[in-house]
Design a protein around this ligand. Structure first.
Ligand SMILES: [Fe+2]
Length: 388
């Protein structure tokens, strides 16, 4: 996150002696991205963060591809993804390319007996159902319905859920996820026309610090495999850190919509950016107020980006027969648009209460076997009826 954050105890000068009450040194770790060019934090640990005791199992979790080259529009019924006790097992990749993977998950249990770290990708976890605490080695974030959790690659974490009814929409990104550059000034401060500001970004405010030895299992994702490592010291042993690289939360309910007299294009909804895809938030808002405006979107061709819409809540005006938890996939190369009847239906409407998350990828997405289990195979013909 491009804001400076400090939590816990740190010494006044970096890379200098920082001693515990018993006189021994804390272990400093530089936690950085993009070599030494990206955002970084300096953390101070009770013990060296390098104490690997054992490397155990290694196994593939690569998505199994059903349709490597897809030009067919799909609807996927996301809530049909089965619940699973375990957090990692519950994560079902539905769409993927070399930049990102879109995952649906319905975990029932909190992570109790292992820590997790993704070294391949930043993770953007959208909470559709459920609440709890994201516990990380750089501090904790409470979460609830509507939150985006941004977990930078390399952050060690545990998901703790309050109950068993959880639904998550996750984007793993091999490219760093940032907020849009055009909303920040030269110094990184969010500008007046930004649909969110610094006050909406929730940073970790509590650290869990354990100075313990034992066998601590960490499941580490690298190159689409999980490698199980046993560490000799507790992974949550940070007494303090500062810098720019840490997990944060942002609620979709805090996104302030940008509206106009005529239909506004998708970039006004943009919330996150990478150089490989964007993430947009469609939130309750007033419709266009030109006297002859058509609130429904026009037909459009994603000539060079696949469009994924995840429907969260409300009435999805431009779609027929779409429910919460559904995903629509509109692939690059062919036009799509409002469903029959929805253009006329939209005229005269003054507001919408829709809530949805959109991911537009610049490379085509492959459809996985997990996605085909919940696919509507006739969705691509859903524009056939004459407009009523
Ligand atoms: Fe679209």
């Amino acid at each position: 996150m491009p804001f400076y954050h400090k939590l816990g105890k740190i010494p006044p000068k970096r890379h200098t002696q920082f001693r515990k009450p018993d006189g021994s040194l804390y272990a400093e770790q530089l936690f950085g991205t993009i070599g030494f060019d990206g955002m970084y934090s300096n953390s101070y640990h009770e013990q060296r963060p390098t104490q690997v005791r054992e490397i155990k199992n290694q196994y593939s979790v690569a998505p199994k591809i059903s349709k490597p080259n897809n030009l067919k529009s799909y609807r996927f019924r996301g809530f049909q993804v089965p619940q699973e006790d375990d957090y990692l097992k519950s994560r079902k990749a539905v769409l993927t390319n070399s930049d990102c993977t879109i995952i649906l998950a319905a975990p029932k249990k909190s992570q109790e007996d292992y820590f997790y770290k993704n070294t391949d990708a930043d993770e953007l976890i959208f909470i559709h159902k459920g609440a709890g605490t994201l516990r990380t080695h750089l501090g904790n974030l409470d979460f609830k319905y509507g939150d985006y959790l941004l977990v930078p690659r390399g952050v060690i974490y545990k998901m703790q859920f309050n109950d068993e009814d959880n639904r998550l929409f996750i984007v793993e990104s091999r490219r760093p996820i940032y907020t849009p550059k055009r909303y920040r000034n030269w110094f990184g401060q969010l500008l007046e026309h930004s649909p969110f500001c610094e006050r909406d970004i929730r940073k970790p405010e509590t650290l869990e610090t354990y100075n313990e030895n034992g066998d601590f299992l960490m499941k580490i994702k690298k190159q689409d495999e999980i490698i199980e490592m046993v560490y000799a010291s507790h992974p949550f042993d940070v007494v303090g850190y500062d810098g720019y690289n840490y997990p944060y939360a942002f609620s979709i309910h805090d996104f302030e919509p940008i509206t106009g007299r005529i239909h506004q294009p998708p970039p006004v909804h943009q919330t996150f950016e990478t150089d490989a895809f964007v993430v947009c938030s469609f939130v309750p808002r007033l419709y266009d107020y030109h006297p002859l405006s058509i609130p429904a979107p026009y037909n459009h061709s994603n000539i060079d980006s696949d469009e994924v819409l995840y429907y969260v809540d409300g009435d999805f005006m431009s779609r027929n027969d779409v429910d919460a938890g559904h995903i629509s996939l509109h692939p690059a190369g062919i036009p799509h648009g409002p469903h029959p009847g929805s253009v006329e239906r939209s005229i005269g409407k003054t507001k919408t209460d829709e809530l949805a998350v959109m991911v537009d990828t610049f490379k085509p997405l492959m459809v996985t076997e997990e996605a085909m289990k919940i696919a509507d195979e006739s969705y691509h013909q859903s524009w056939l009826d004459d407009e009523k």
